[in-house]
Design a protein around this ligand. Structure first.
Ligand code: FAD
Ligand code: SIN
Length: 520
C-alpha cells in the first residue's frame, strides 16, 4: 500500500506529539508509533522539566549548570538558545493542558536535581512525563488534521538508495522521501511517501540489559539514519542514572527520581557508610556521571550488588505529597521508604548522542528532521543535566516545525519510489535465533561497555558484536520482516556505534570514562 502525507512523524513522545500539534495547520499529518501511543520514555519521566521561574534563579545560572555538566563538549549557542526559549515553550505546554504542582501561594513548586544550582524543576508529583503525555495525546487525538497510527513499525527511511542510486557517506545531497513501515493489520510493508519526515524515536537503553527505558527504546531512528548514511555523533556518552530500584527480575528497571536526592535522601553502602563525601563536595547532588561512578566504585570495592538510598531525612509529608508513585511502588515490594533503606543501582538511562541536527532540527539528510532523545543538538555535550531533555525536545520540535512548514510548498512527492519487495523471503520460525542474540548483545554491552570502560573490554565487545552482526544480517536478508528482528538489527547498529565512538575517544570527559585514558 502506498500513502501520501505532507508531514510524516515517527514517534509519539514529547518530541513527536508537540511537533504534530505545530504542523497540523500547515498540511496533512500522519504520526505513527510502533506500540500503544503512550508507551514512550516521555510517559515514564518522573523528575520534571528544568526551567527558570524562581526570582532568585536566572537563565545565566541554568546555562552555566548545563555547560558544567556537559564538561566542555556542549555547543554554547545551542545551550543559550534552548534555555532562552524555555519559558515560551513551557507556557505553550501549559496552554495544551499540562498541569504542574503549585505551592499554596499559587507559585510553581520547583524541585531540585543533581548539577542544578537552584530549584528549577517544574513537576507533576513524580509523574511529570505521564501528565505531559496525557495532555499532548489528548490534544493530538482531538485534532481533526492529525492521523495517529498505533502499532506501525518504521523499518527504514526511504532515500535515493531505494531508487537504485548509490549512496555513500560522502554523497552530498541524500534526500528523504518518507519511510517503509510495517503495517500490523496486513503484516506487509507499506510505503509512506512524505514531503517531510520527523524522527522522534527516542532512546536506546535496551542495548543494555538493565535500563529505565521502556521496551520501545531500541535506537531505531539512529540506526535508520546511520544505515541511510546520515550523520550520527556522541554515541559513546550513555548516561547511567545513579538510582534504579534494585529489583533484578523487573524490566524496565523502576527509576528512583533524582528529585528524591534533591529532597535530602543520602547514599550509603549496605554497611551504612555514607560514601559520597569521599567522591565530590556536592555530595548526592553532584552531576549524574560523578554519582553513578561513585556507586559503581563502591560496589566494586565491597563486592555488593547494590547500595542503599536512605530516604529517612525526607519528611513523611514531603514523601506522600511529592513522591506518591515511588512510595507506592517500593511499598508494593515490601519496602517502606519512610522507614526502610532502599536498594539502588546505576542503570542505563539516556543517550546524549544521536542524529546530528542543526538549530532547526534538520539532519544531514534533506527533508528529514529529528528531535528529542534520538537527536544530538549539542545541548548535552558529554553529559546531560537532569531534566533538560524534555525541554530540549519541546524547543527543537518547535524550531523544526517552523522550518518544515516554511519549506513545505517547495517539496514534491517522489513518485518513483518502488514498493517494498519481499519476494523470496521466508518466515523465520525460530524466535530463539533472535531472543538469544538479543541477550548476547545486552550482555556484551553491559559487561564491556558500561560506566567504566577499557581498551581491552572495548576490543572484546567489538569482536563479539561483529559475530552477531554477521549472523543477524544473514537472517535479516532472507526473512520476512518482523519487529523483533528489525529491533535486534537496530540494537546491533547502536552497539556498534557506541563501541566505535568509544574507541575513537582518547580522553575522558563527562560520561565517558576509560581506564586506559587516565593520565598516569
Ligand atoms: P519517547 O518519549 O521515548 O518516544 C519515542 C517514540 O518513538 C515512541 O512512541 C516509540 O514507540 C516510537 N518509535 C521508536 N521507534 C519506532 C519505530 N521504528 N517505528 C515507529 N515508532 C517508533 N527527562 C527529563 O527531562 N526529565 C525527567 O524527569 C526524566 N525522567 C525520566 C525517567 C525515565 C524513567 C526515563 C526512561 C527517562 C526520563 N527522562 C527525563 C528522559 C526523557 O523522558 C526522554 O529523553 C524523553 O521523554 C524522550 O522523548 P522522545 O519524544 O524523544 O522519545
Ligand atoms: C529523574 O527523575 O531522576 C530523571 C530526570 C532525568 O532523567 O532528567
Amino acid at each position: 500500500m502506498k500513502k501520501h502525507v505532507d508531514f510524516l512523524i515517527i514517534g509519539t513522545g514529547i518530541a513527536g506529539l508537540s511537533y504534530a500539534l505545530k504542523v497540523a495547520s500547515k498540511g496533512t499529518v500522519c504520526i505513527i508509533t510502533k506500540a500503544k501511543a503512550d508507551e514512550t520514555s516521555t510517559n515514564y519521566a518522573q523528575g520534571g522539566i528544568a526551567t527558570v521561574m524562581d526570582a532568585l534563579d536566572s537563565h545565566e545560572e541554568h546555562i552555566k549548570d548545563t555547560l558544567i555538566a556537559g564538561d566542555g563538549l556542549c555547543d554554547e549557542e545551542v545551550v543559550r538558545l534552548t534555555i532562552g526559549e524555555s519559558n515560551a515553550r513551557i507556557d505553550e505546554l501549559i496552554s495544551w493542558g499540562a498541569e504542574f504542582d503549585r505551592k499554596q501561594s499559587g507559585e510553581f513548586d520547583l524541585g531540585r536535581e543533581g548539577g542544578h544550582s537552584a530549584h528549577r524543576i517544574l513537576h507533576h508529583k513524580d509523574q511529570t512525563g505521564a501528565e505531559i503525555e496525557r495532555a499532548l495525546l489528548k490534544a493530538v487525538k482531538e485534532h481533526p488534521a492529525i492521523e495517529l497510527l498505533e502499532g506501525y513499525f518504521a523499518i527504514d527511511i526511504i532515500t535515493q538508495h531505494h531508487l537504485g542510486v548509490e549512496v555513500t557517506r560522502r554523497t552530498p545531497d541524500i534526500e528523504c522521501f518518507g519511510a517503509y513501515v510495517l503495517n500490523p493489520k496486513t503484516n506487509k510493508i507499506d510505503t509512506i511517501l512524505a514531503k517531510t519526515t520527523m524522527l522522534a524515536t527516542g532512546g536506546n537503553g535496551n542495548v543494555y540489559n538493565t535500563t529505565t527505558n521502556p521496551v520501545v527504546a531500541t535506537g531505531d531512528g539512529v540506526a535508520m539514519v546511520y544505515r541511510a548514511k546520515g550523520k550520527v555523533k556522541n554515541m559513546e556518552f550513555i548516561q547511567f542514572h545513579p538510582t534504579g530500584l534494585y529489583n533484578p527480575s523487573e524490566k524496565p528497571c523502576f527509576l528512583i527520581s533524582e528529585a528524591v536526592r534533591g529532597a535530602g535522601a543520602r547514599l550509603c553502602s549496605i554497611r551504612g557508610d555514607y560514601f559520597m563525601e569521599r567522591y565530590d563536595k556536592r555530595l548526592e547532588l553532584a552531576p549524574r556521571d560523578v554519582v553513578a561512578r561513585a556507586i559503581d566504585s563502591e560496589m566494586k570495592i565491597t563486592g555488593d550488588d547494590h547500595v542503599f538510598l536512605d530516604c529517612r531525612p525526607i519528611s513523611k509529608t514531603e514523601i506522600f505529597h511529592h513522591f506518591p508513585t515511588i512510595y507506592a511502588k517500593c511499598l508494593s515490594i515490601g519496602i517502606d521508604i519512610t522507614k526502610d533503606m532502599l536498594p539502588v543501582v546505576p542503570v542505563a538511562h539516556y543517550s546524549c548522542g544521536g542524529i546530528v541536527v542543526d538549530h532547526d532540527g534538520c539532519t544531514s539528510i534533506k527533508n528529514l528532521y529529528a528531535s528529542g532523545e534520538c537527536s544530538c543538538t549539542g545541548l548535552h555535550g558529554a553529559n546531560r543535566l537532569a531534566s533538560n531533555s524534555l525541554l530540549e525536545a519541546l524547543v527543537f520540535s518547535h524550531r523544526a516545525a517552523q522550518h518544515a512548514s516554511a519549506k513545505l510548498s517547495g517539496i514534491s512527492f517522489c513518485e518513483e519510489v518502488p514498493d517494498w519487495n519481499d519476494e523470496g523471503m521466508v518466515l523465520n520460525e525460530e524466535m530463539i535465533l533472535i531472543t538469544q542474540s538479543l541477550k548476547e548483545v545486552q550482555a556484551i554491552m553491559s559487561n564491556y561497555v558500561g560506566i567504566v570502560r577499557s581498551n581491552l573490554r572495548l576490543k572484546r565487545a567489538w569482536d563479539r558484536l561483529g559475530i552477531i552482526y554477521k549472523e543477524t544480517e544473514e537472517l535479516y536478508n532472507k526473512s520476512v520482516h518482523s519487529v523483533k528482528l528489525a529491533e535486534l538489527r537496530n540494537l546491533i547498529n547502536i552497539g556498534y556505534l557506541i563501541i566505535k565512538m568509544s574507541m575513537e575517544r582518547k580522553e575522558n570527559c563527562g560520561l565517558y570514562y576509560n581506564l586506559d585514558n587516565i593520565k598516569k
